[in-house]
Every structure is written in structure tokens, then in C-alpha cells.
Design a protein around this ligand. Structure first.
Ligand code: SAM
Ligand code: SF4
Length: 326
């Protein structure tokens, strides 16, 4: 099991399957974003090799993300192969949900266990303004398909952007009243591509909580508001589901971080909010032995930075969010 030099046990790998996306969310990328040529992306066999090496090191938890992971050709077969890799016990996906109406069932049959679906508003016009080209109806159909396919518990990821969707916070939180879902409000983080909006429009978890409580009454803590992954979890009294608040900026959870990321072009990104990356794809393509690549992974993990440097105005500007894999 790999450890970093701070003693954190790192066993959770998030893989960006592609930087391409069928949406252009304002907090993620610029409207005219271009995507990497296909040959620069990891091919299926390369992903599977790196997953196998990671699993041999002790990674047992994998999340597929992007860009939009369902936009990758052959996604069902890839999920099937990853889920069959010895040592991989948990396989989930973060998706915008647009393709789930079609893909939820085959993905579940291929071994996908859970999905997080991004949904920032229940208002069709505000949805279009935020995503620039998405359809709320498709996403909602996708969420229902995910539930029917047993990709549960359904988690909804919500990024609140000042001036775009603060007024939607309570309505989205209220979805948990009669659904056993977890709605997770995520503080917007700064990267390249949309940095100005990300810095100006961030809504803190305290403000989000206050917005919910002003309409729903006081939230109850679940498990003493202990961290569940990166979220502190609350409940509207009597609700079937829960509310997660993810305070990556104002109250980071670096001490309990267990993850690293693999970018769509095969770099191990050691902290979401730090530029440091280690290229694994080039040595793999150069034919370096798999033992050496496994060792490079282990050495990189040892060097994982403690956490972000936003307080010192160190903003990671070498990539746009969709290229890293959120
Ligand atoms: N396309 C998929 C989706 O939207 O769910 C997966 C990739 S997306 C980059 C992963 C998650 O990152 C989404 O939940 C999205 O809302 C979130 N995200 C994107 N840009 C962000 C930012 N600047 N700050 C915080 N979260 C962000
Ligand atoms: Fe696409 Fe997801 Fe980024 Fe939105 S957040 S543009 S859906 S990658």
C-alpha cells in the first residue's frame, strides 16, 4: 500500500478518460476550449496497464472522470476491463449525466458501482447558461436511469457560482427530502481557463449552509459531521437523503487525502490544486519495464504535496479542470 512522506495512505485513483466534453460549464473551461488529439490520450490498453500497476501497488478504489467519461468511445468495454482488474474493489464515475439514459444499464452490467452526476440547477434556463450547451431534461433522465440501474447511492455534485445559481441551493438540497441521494455542494476551485470567474464567484460552504438553513431550518450533523471522503455530511431533519458540503478552499481536507489523479494524457497528478505531475505515458510508450513504471508511481506518490497554496496565491495554471479530471 503506497504511503506519502506525510504518512497518508494513498489508495484512490481518479482517472480522466478524456479531456473532451459535450458541455462547456462556465466554472470548468472557456467556451472555445479545444481538446487534445486522440493520439495524445491514453489508449485503452495503456489505461489498463496503469490500472493494473496501481492495483498491484495497493490502489483499490477507482473513479472514472474527465472531461466527460461517457464521451469516450468503447466506455462500456473499458469499464468491464477495469472492474475485472484484480485488487479493484470500488469503481465509480463522475459524469454530467447526459448519456446515462442510454449507458447506465450497460455500465452497471459492466461492473460500474456508483455515479456522481453533476447538476447545478433545476431551472432549464439557468442550466443552459451554466453549461452553455447542456439539456437539463437529458441529465434528469440520466439520473433516473442510473437509479433504475442500481448505480446507488446516487450523488449529485453541485458547484455554486455567485450570480448564476445561488438561488437554487435550497431547491436542490430539498431533493434529499424524499430521495436517498447525497447532494454535494462543492466550493468552486481556481484553475486556468476560467480563473477570473472562479476567484470572483466562489461561494463558501458556510454561505451555502446558511442559504439552506434559511429555508429548511437547522441541518443535523450526520456522524458528528465527520468527513465522508471530502464531504462533511448533514441532513434536513427527517430527510431520506443527505447533504455534503465540500470546502476544498476554505477548510481543506488535505490531512485525510487518499487520492492521486491520472490525467487523460497519462500524467500522475499528485494534488488537484498543485501543478506537479509525473509523466507515466511517455515511459510506457518508450517501452520501459513495467517494474520501473510501478516504481516511478510509488516514488511520485511519496512526493505528493501536502496541500494547496491558494492562501499564498499559488493557483495551478498549467491545466484547465477538464484536463485534470475532477
Ligand atoms: N464531466 C463530468 C462532470 O461534469 O461530472 C466529470 C468531469 S468534471 C471536471 C468533475 C467535477 O468537477 C464535476 O462535478 C464538476 O462540477 C466539478 N468541477 C468542474 N470545475 C470545477 C471547479 N472550478 N471547481 C470545483 N469543481 C469543479
Ligand atoms: Fe464538461 Fe464536466 Fe467540465 Fe462541465 S464540469 S464542462 S460537464 S467536464
Amino acid at each position: 500500500m503506497p504511503h506519502d512522506r506525510f504518512g497518508r495512505r494513498i489508495h484512490y485513483l481518479r482517472i480522466s478518460l478524456t479531456d473532451a466534453c459535450n458541455m462547456r460549464c462556465v466554472y470548468c473551461m472557456p467556451e472555445d476550449q479545444t481538446f487534445l488529439p486522440r493520439k495524445e490520450l491514453m489508449q485503452d490498453d495503456e489505461i489498463l496497464t496503469l490500472v493494473r500497476l496501481a492495483a498491484e501497488l495497493g490502489f483499490d478504489k477507482i473513479r472514472l472522470t474527465g472531461g466527460e467519461p461517457t464521451a469516450r468511445a468503447g466506455i462500456v468495454d473499458l469499464v468491464d476491463a477495469i472492474s475485472s482488474t484484480p485488487g479493484v474493489n470500488s469503481l465509480s464515475m463522475t459524469t454530467n449525466g447526459v448519456m446515462l439514459a442510454k449507458l447506465a444499464k450497460p455500465l452497471a452490467q459492466a461492473g460500474l458501482q456508483r455515479v456522481n452526476v453533476s447538476l447545478d440547477t433545476l431551472d432549464p434556463q439557468r442550466f443552459e447558461r451554466l453549461t452553455r450547451r447542456g439539456s437539463l431534461q437529458d441529465v434528469w433522465a440520466g439520473i433516473e436511469a442510473a437509479q433504475s440501474a442500481g448505480l446507488e447511492p446516487i450523488k449529485l455534485n453541485v458547484v455554486i457560482v455567485r450570480g448564476y445559481n445561488e438561488r437554487d441551493v435550497s431547491e436542490i438540497a430539498a431533493l434529499t427530502r424524499d430521495r436517498p441521494w447525497q447532494v454535494r455542494f462543492i466550493e468552486m476551485m481556481p484553475f486556468a481557463g476560467a480563473t477570473e470567474l472562479q476567484m470572483r464567484g466562489m461561494v463558501t460552504h458556510l454561505e451555502t449552509r446558511a442559504l439552506i438553513e434559511s429555508e429548511m431550518g437547522l441541518l443535523e450533523e450526520v456522524n458528528g459531521a465527520e468527513l465522508d471522503g471530502e464531504a462533511r455530511v448533514y441532513r434536513i431533519p427527517g430527510a431520506a437523503g443527505t447533504i455534503g458540503l465540500i470546502s476544498s478552499i476554505t477548510q481543506p481536507f488535505c490531512a485525510s487525502c487518499t487520492r492521486v489523479r491520472l490525467t487523460a494524457d497519462g500524467r500522475l497528478r499528485l494534488c488537484l490544486l498543485r501543478e506537479k505531475e509525473v509523466d507515466l505515458l511517455t515511459p510506457l510508450r518508450e517501452g520501459i519495464s513495467l517494474d520501473e513504471i510501478r516504481q516511478q508511481m510509488q516514488d511520485a506518490i511519496w512526493q505528493k504535496p501536502w496541500g494547496h497554496g491558494l492562501a499564498q496565491e499559488e493557483i495551478p495554471l498549467n491545466r484547465v479542470m477538464n484536463q485534470i479530471g475532477g
